[in-house]
Design a protein around this ligand. Structure first.
Ligand code: COA
Length: 277
């Protein structure tokens, strides 16, 4: 099992559909099934600020065999996705490409690189640790279904962009990328944001059966009064008979809010990691 070196090319040399197919192929046999369609892929690229110029396709000869999506905001880069096709894994190609991605980030004067990785993804966790990434916190996931909540109908709909501003002002400064104010401000209908007293929430399209919670915020002056739990219960009552998902990007220290609102913890968890450049 010798060390394998792969060439790389900017993702801008490829069509969106080629990148999408390569991404799906590179995540084959992943711990959680990942299969983007093109509208989900385009939405993710836009919402998460993925930079095609800095993203890379990996080549064996002239054959694309892997991909790294790099998102950028200010001085920070995020490894949004990295995968290698099945037959090429476990030969240190991932490690040598990661080192290259880090030196490219340094060359463009970025100050830090961040990522999230599934805790049980041993090769990936090892790879990132070997490259100097440090763990910031555990990110956990929840689900909620079936329970009836009493209706509390004082939710006021608001602009997601305005909620993004609130999260930037009052949220943790080191929130995972997908929960950050910049991401929330980039969300658009049919996703929705609501306010109830000094609490705020963002959710994916509530017209379908499965709904994702993307943001939950209580203004600092109003914390400790249960307003976060109340807005969760209200949103569930407002949209009855839905399955509610909190993806594995939620800081563990805030898990109690979901537990108190009747959510069940799910198995999937990630490490939020960071490398100072
Ligand atoms: C994660 C991935 C990119 C790593 O690339 P790779 O080229 O396979 O990784 P490497 O060969 O450089 O190995 C990285 C480390 O994991 C270890 N490793 C490799 N395969 C392993 C396995 N099956 N189980 C445990 N450890 C493993 C290696 O020994 C190495 O650690 P070491 O340098 O301390 O010995 C690749 O496996 C992949 O594409 N997986 C599917 C998609 C995915 O999980 N992406 C990451 C999402 S965050």
């Amino acid at each position: 099992m010798g060390n394998m070196k792969l060439d790389t090319k900017p993702a801008t040399d490829y069509q969106i559909i080629e990148l999408l197919n390569l991404l799906n192929l590179s995540f084959e046999n992943y711990l959680v099934p990942i299969h983007f369609d093109s509208s989900q892929f385009l939405n993710m690229l836009r919402k998460d600020s993925v930079d095609k110029t800095s993203s890379r396709v990996f080549l064996s000869g002239d054959q694309p065999v892997g991909i790294a999506l790099i998102a950028r905001r200010g001085w920070t880069s995020r490894l949004a996705a990295m995968g290698i096709v099945k037959g090429m894994r476990g030969k240190k190609a991932g490690t040598s490409i990661m080192k290259k991605l880090i030196s490219e980030a340094r060359e463009r004067n970025d100050r830090e690189m961040v990522l999230e990785v599934i805790e049980q993804n041993e090769p990936a966790v090892r790879l990132y640790k070997n490259c100097g990434f440090e763990t910031l916190r555990r990110l956990i996931s929840f689900i909620h279904q079936d329970t009836k909540q009493d209706a509390v109908n004082d939710l006021q709909e608001m602009d997601l962009r305005e909620l993004g501003r609130m999260v930037l002002q009052f949220g943790l400064p080191d929130l995972p990328w997908q929960l950050s104010g910049e991401t929330i401000a980039s969300m658009t209908p049919p996703a929705k944001a609501y306010k109830r007293e000094e609490a705020y929430i963002a959710i994916s399209n509530p017209d379908v059966e499965h709904i994702v919670i993307w943001s939950l915020l209580v203004e600092p002056s109003a914390r400790g009064k249960g307003l976060g739990v109340d807005i969760l219960k209200s949103i569930i009552a407002h949209h009855p008979s839905k399955v509610w998902h909190v993806p594995a990007i939620w800081p563990e220290e805030f898990g109690f809010l979901f537990e108190q609102a009747g959510f069940q913890r799910t198995e999937l968890s990630q490490w939020q990691m960071r490398l100072s450049l």
